[in-house]
Design a protein around this ligand. Structure first.
Ligand SMILES: Nc1ncnc2c1ncn2[C@@H]1O[C@H](COP(=O)(O)OP(=O)(O)OP(=O)(O)O)[C@@H](O)[C@H]1O
Length: 256
């Protein structure tokens, strides 16, 4: 049981963005995707959740080529929280969350009382209890982000793909959202910019640079001062935080 990418290349307007990417995410793993701006993280994730179309026989869920899965089956397997969400039309928060139940319904079936219960539960879980009737577009960036997380959770899929889930969130919600994700039964694959957050929550980290996966391992194996210098050109002191037992990175800009 795994999410697998095999020798995936991807070009945009003649420019090679992804170069021979192969990776495997195993059941119940929490895997982070890190790397500098523009290295291809979103492009890779979009190929996995089919916003961009990969070639046949390059992305597989439990051995099945994702291009051969119906959109309903795909939604049952994989929930997505993408980065941009420019919406032209407004919806109530409850409707936004309920979109996540689509794959659990028959054609034209309305919301059940169970769906509404789940909606209330997941909104409470992301700290938005009682927000059902609010207009989505009137919410703050962080509130919108948390509605999108509730939509991902209500989908109850086996894989969750996230592109920078803590974008827009204040420090307490960054940790709260990572905590919520960590306790899900699902397999999680997420791009993460904050390397200390990645060190704290990820079982495994994939390091991406210029369209390639250049390192793959535990946070201790991958988040080294050598890698941070080589791929981010930042000096760093790395130690183990006695309170968490996890890596703690201290960045050392040039003036230090
Ligand atoms: N539609 C597009 N047209 C042209 N270039 C694109 C397009 N989409 C992405 N790119 C380029 O592909 C490269 C990878 O972009 P991508 O968004 O995947 O990077 P990223 O690692 O997610 O970056 P960030 O950390 O800044 O979010 C960048 O150089 C970007 O400019």
């Amino acid at each position: 049981m795994s999410l697998e990418v095999k020798t995936l290349d991807y070009e945009i307007r003649g420019k090679e963005i992804l170069k021979d990417i192969s990776l495997e995410i195993h059941t119940k793993e929490f895997v982070g995707l890190v790397g500098p701006n523009g290295c291809g993280k979103s492009t890779l994730l979009k190929n996995i959740y089919r916003t961009l179309r990969p070639k046949y026989n390059t992305v597989f869920i439990d051995g099945n080529d994702i291009l051969k899965l119906s959109s309903r089956k795909m939604a049952r397997e994989l929930a997505v929280m993408a980065q941009e969400n420019n919406m032209e039309f407004d919806f109530k928060v409850q409707d936004m969350v309920m979109f996540g139940r689509y794959s659990h319904k028959k054609f034209l079936q309305g919301d059940t009382s169970r769906d509404r219960e789940l909606c209330a539960e997941y909104l409470a879980e992301v700290g938005l209890e009682g927000y059902e009737d609010r207009s989505y577009l009137s919410l703050s960036g962080g509130e919108k982000q948390r509605v999108l997380l509730a939509r991902v959770l209500i989908q109850e899929s086996r894989y969750i793909i996230l592109d920078e889930p803590t974008n827009h969130l204040d420090i307490s919600y960054q940790y709260q959202i990572m905590d919520i994700l960590k306790k899900q039964e699902a397999t999680v694959f997420s791009s993460v910019h904050d390397l200390n957050l990645a060190a704290l929550y990820c079982d495994r980290i994939l390091f991406m640079y210029q369209g390639k996966i250049v390192d793959d391992g535990t946070p201790e194996e991958v988040l080294t001062s050598e890698n941070l210098w080589k791929y981010f050109q930042i000096r760093a002191q790395i130690s183990r935080n006695p309170a968490t037992g996890k890596l703690q990175i201290y960045y050392l800009p040039d003036w230090i």
